[in-house]
Design a binder for this molecule. Structure first.
Ligand code: NAD
Ligand code: UDP
Length: 310
């Protein structure tokens, strides 16, 4: 198949590109390099089945493709809050342009949605049937509401125009090729420990997240995209839940050194807890994560150690 990945030079997009090329597909990687890097896909450039296109998803695009994965959007809070109007535009216009192309060329189209559609959840763990608790006017809203509108657009194009959609709600994912300076917690903690800086805990560190290793996530993406039974939305994430203090302790134990914790104010609307209910993914995709946080952190630390030593 010929497959378009928007946001293909980002953390997740680069792993997906690699996986699809290994399966023998042609990959068109479209990216504006806002938070993505050429270094993420440099090893793929010599592959004749790989094509890189510098383009912004806000502007329409036309390609003859069989499948579209729409991943373009900054994912880290400091990045998506840097230009919040642009973030909403990226989610909304990126969804419209991906769906418009899918409609025109009759391609199956996949949306990288997020656990952020559940906001600061009042139901725990979060099943797909939960409608969420999102502040529509807060500093995270550009991302959360943008992703919620994208889901709405996917379902309206599906109902109104028969577009073949798949929606995955991604929970916190980490691994090699995360940007060490993008501000997300796993990359921050590892980069800080490796640089011998103090680890920054926001709030009291008792808020929780459930961390999925990237290879498990990409396996979930491919299973979802290549089955004909369900459109989603479907949660893909690792249900093992940790406090930020527990994560910091693990990173310090693994990296070693004399790193200490420093406490900073909790950013506005920061969700207090998050854990995916993955019953739907288990039942419909026969999918569940296989990489533990310890194993995944070891692999990620090895990648960061090499990157930061250059
Ligand atoms: P990332 O920031 O590494 O990748 C996003 C990519 O999109 C980057 O390459 C960036 O340059 C590109 N991009 C941003 N705006 C663009 C635009 N207007 N036009 C074209 N390209 C643009 O983040 P990621 O972790 O790889 O996330 C990929 C997708 O998965 C995002 O849609 C994100 O919302 C979603 N997601 C990720 C996570 C996670 O934990 N990693 C969790 C939930 C959802
Ligand atoms: N966090 C932290 N220190 C950091 C970066 C993040 O304590 O240096 C916290 C953040 O406040 C949040 C959690 O870690 O409670 C996860 O943050 P991240 O930005 O990775 O993802 P998200 O909040 O979008 O789930």
């Amino acid at each position: 198949m010929r497959i378009l990945i928007t946001g293909g030079a980002g953390f997740l997009g680069s792993h997906l590109s690699e996986r699809l090329l290994n399966e023998g597909h042609e990959v068109l990687c479209l990216d504006n390099f806002f938070t993505g890097f050429k270094r993420n896909i440099a090893h793929l450039l010599p592959n004749p089945n790989f094509e890189l296109i510098r383009h912004d998803v806000i502007d329409p695009f036309k390609f003859e493709v069989d499948q579209i994965y729409n991943l373009a959007c900054p994912a880290s809070p400091p990045h998506y809050q840097h230009n919040p109007i642009k973030t909403t535009k990226t989610s909304v216009m990126g969804a419209i342009n991906s769906l418009g192309l899918a409609k025109r060329v009759k391609a199956r189209v996949f949306q990288a949605s997020t656990s952020e559609v559940y906001g600061d959840p009042a139901v725990h763990p979060q099943p797909e049937s939960y409608w969420g608790n999102v502040n529509p006017i807060g500093i995270r809203s550009c991302y959360d509401e943008g992703k919620r509108v994208a889901e709405t657009l996917f379902f309206d194009y599906h109902r109104q125009n028969g577009v073949d959609i798949r929606i995955v709600r991604i929970f916190n994912t980490y691994g090699p090729r995360m940007n060490p300076d993008d501000g997300r917690v796993v990359s921050n903690f590892i980069a800080q420990a490796l640089r011998g800086e103090d680890i920054t805990i926001y709030g009291d560190g008792t808020q929780t997240r459930s961390f999925c290793y990237v290879d498990d996530l990409i396996e979930g993406f491919c299973r979802m995209m290549n089955q004909d039974q369900v459109t989603g939305p479907i949660n893909i994430g690792n249900p093992n839940e940790f406090t930020m203090l527990e994560l910091a302790e693990k990173v310090i134990a693994k990296v070693g050194g004399s790193t200490k914790l420093t406490y900073h104010p909790l950013p506005g609307d920061d969700p207090k807890q998050r854990q995916p209910d993955i019953t739907f993914a288990k039942n419909h995709l026969d999918w569940q994560p296989t990489v533990s946080l310890d194993e995944g952190l070891d692999r990620t630390i090895a990648y960061f150690r090499e990157l930061l030593s250059k």
